[in-house]
Design a protein around this ligand. Structure first.
Ligand SMILES: *[C@@H]1O[C@H](CO)[C@@H](O)[C@H](O)[C@H]1NC(C)=O
Ligand SMILES: *[C@@H]1O[C@H](CO)[C@@H](O)[C@H](O)[C@H]1NC(C)=O
Length: 347
């Protein structure tokens, strides 16, 4: 389905970014652990461990075309590489949404971001995930790896799965979230669930109250794009992360584009999956990077933004996995998180 991929990329190139060919830029929507395999520029050799989040909030706002630019059932362009998570961690939550079609019928549009359960009624994610998602019904999904439409239908009443509706009004966005204008500062949001989930079944993740001690054995999960042109997510994916200190990260960013130094409120990570470079990409946004510590997983970051390379033609948008991916720091937002989720656990 090359056509659908073109629609996706042209929309981005034309309406938002206006970039010249092969220009590297970054956008906040990390969507998928996309990665670049050594090969010539522009070759169809990219892959990732991520997964496809069919649409992202940004596309939702732009896309007026009645044809879905990303067919969730399309399997033709998929490359089955990367690592599918053996099981969905109890705290990893998918964010999916529904939108009304031309006739006013509600349509399932699939996963758009990743998030974490931090208490029985609160979900932590990135502000850019839900910002602008007005007038759509969204759902938090726990315990389910495959977030495609048919799987959602089949699992609606599955006791091992928890699905909760929410709307824009149920999301607390950080009041000083800056977006692209200022390097996605304060890219953090908390979703309030009106009906709690059973935390004896879905154990919330612990949050890092400080960085020290939680920068080793990093792992990430997400439903993001798993390569530069793919469409749908058939399972949650995972990768192993390496913490990158701020001076090194700032240096890599400044070599790739004009950028300001990485502030203390952000955390940088690079990834490998099965020994190969990987990266967070669109759809992994809002998802966790966590230390697999002896006292259980401890979240240190919230996926925020990356550098994409555009290959044009053939209209591919690939995450540049050589530049560390930037997360919103969890420890730096301890007070803000506790204000909006008093029963979240910091360690
Ligand atoms: C947002 O920015 C204003 C102005 O700098 C500041 O007074 C306020 O405390 C900030 N809000 C948060 C939640 O940090
Ligand atoms: C992550 O690292 C662990 C420990 O070395 C290894 O067993 C696992 O296969 C790695 N996972 C991926 C996705 O590469």
């Amino acid at each position: 389905m090359v056509g659908s991929v073109l629609a996706f990329s042209i929309a981005l190139l034309g309406s938002t970014l206006g970039l010249s060919p092969r220009h590297a830029d970054y956008i906040s929507h990390l969507e998928g652990f996309a990665a670049r395999v050594p090969g010539g520029p522009g070759l169809f050799s990219d892959y990732g461990i991520g997964h496809v989040g069919p649409l992202q909030p940004q596309l939702l706002r732009q896309e007026e075309d009645p044809e879905d630019p990303e067919d969730p059932e399309d399997s033709e362009t998929r490359i089955q590489k990367g690592r599918v998570s053996q099981k969905v961690p109890s705290f990893v939550a998918g964010l999916v949404y529904y939108r009304n079609d031309r006739n006013g019928n509600e349509e399932y549009k699939g996963p758009f971001c990743t998030s974490t359960l931090i208490s029985s009624t609160e979900i932590l994610t990135a502000a850019h995930c839900t910002e602008g998602m007005k007038n759509v019904r969204m759902e938090v999904v726990l315990g389910l790896s495959d977030l495609r439409a048919y799987s959602m239908r089949i699992n609606e009443n599955n006791p091992n799965v928890a699905i909760r509706d929410f709307y824009f009004e149920d999301v607390e966005h950080h009041e000083n979230y800056t977006g692209k204008e200022d390097n996605f500062l304060n890219d953090i949001a908390i979703i309030k669930l009106s009906e709690p989930v059973d935390i004896s079944q879905f154990k919330p993740i612990q949050l890092a109250g400080k960085e020290e001690g939680y920068t080793q054995n990093l792992k990430a999960n997400g439903w993001g794009l798993k390569n530069c042109w793919s469409s749908s997510a058939e399972a949650l994916r995972e990768a192993n992360g390496t913490f990158v200190d701020r001076p090194t990260c700032s240096d890599k960013w400044s070599r790739a584009r004009d950028s300001t130094p990485i502030p203390k409120s952000q955390v940088c990570v690079t990834y490998k999956a099965d020994g190969m470079d990987a990266a967070v990409a669109s759809g992994d946004s809002g998802g966790p990077v966590y230390s697999d510590a002896s006292n259980g997983p401890v979240q240190i970051g919230i996926a925020s933004h990356v550098i994409f390379d555009f290959y044009y033609p053939p209209f591919l948008m690939c995450v540049d996995s050589s530049v560390p991916q930037v997360y919103n720091s969890v420890p730096e937002y301890k007070d803000w998180i506790l204000k909006h989720s008093p029963s979240a656990t910091f360690v």
